[in-house]
Ligand binder design. Structure first.
Ligand SMILES: Cc1cc2nc3c(=O)[nH]c(=O)nc-3n(C[C@H](O)[C@H](O)[C@H](O)COP(=O)(O)O)c2cc1C
Length: 198
């Protein structure tokens, strides 16, 4: 095994771990992309909630009523894009998404979710619905305040954990002395490495 490969893979895992744990880390808010029912490409920022190093999952939370749920049910091919301008590392990660709603995985994450985050799941209308005025869709009495724990439970059915199984990672490191690019493909969670011309 090439030692360089292993140390780069270790660094990648550390960055994903830090991204999930640290709100201020640049890898905390990657771009997540998938293909819509209409076959258009959809990209948006999400919060990286968890990196499971053993199972190779990247998790984020979303509203079960949002259009991306139906799109991911139809086509579960997806990808994450990360970049940190200080360390000059880009990660392009291809994933296969699965949706967890009202199951054990959703329940475990919900129990750890703060009231301020639970609030997002209390909108009366579904995300992406049209509205006559610019508004967040939340009940008026929740303006500027968190719901009580009891009230927040009303959002549970709308809460989904999207688990994204890593299929491959494209690592790009920009350097004046020579850019480097490594491709990692996983077969049964075993990484296979190959250098690419950047
Ligand atoms: C910093 C930031 C973090 C976000 N985190 C999430 C998230 O974790 N989950 C999510 O569904 N949307 C998140 N959003 C909103 C999405 O980018 C997007 O606007 C929303 O999910 C609607 O996307 P859709 O129409 O493709 O469903 C975030 C936006 C920003 C700017």
């Amino acid at each position: 095994m090439n030692k360089n490969f292993e140390s780069i893979f270790k660094e990648i895992k550390n960055l994903l771990y830090l991204g999930a744990k640290n709100r201020k880390h640049s890898f905390h808010t990657p771009t997540f992309s998938n293909i819509s029912k209409k076959m258009t490409l959809e990209s948006r920022i999400v919060v990286l909630r968890k990196f499971d190093e053993e199972k190779l999952f990247l998790n984020f939370h979303t509203d079960f009523r949002s259009p991306k749920i139906l799109d991911l049910k139809k086509n579960n091919n997806s990808s994450f894009l990360f970049y940190d301008h200080l360390i000059k590392i880009q990660l392009r990660i291809k994933t296969i998404s699965s949706i967890n709603n009202q199951n054990e995985i959703a329940k475990q994450s919900w129990d750890l979710t703060q009231l301020s985050s639970r609030k997002c799941y209390l909108t009366k209308k579904r995300p992406s619905s049209k509205t006559n005025i610019p508004e967040d869709g939340l009940p008026k009495h929740l303006q500027g305040i968190d719901p009580t724990k009891n009230e927040s439970e009303g959002g549970y059915n709308n809460f989904a954990v999207i688990q994204n199984k890593i299929e491959s990672i494209d690592w790009l490191y920009l350097s004046y002395s020579g850019h480097k690019r490594l491709s990692i493909n996983f077969k049964n969670n075993i990484p296979e490495f190959s250098w690419l011309i950047p």
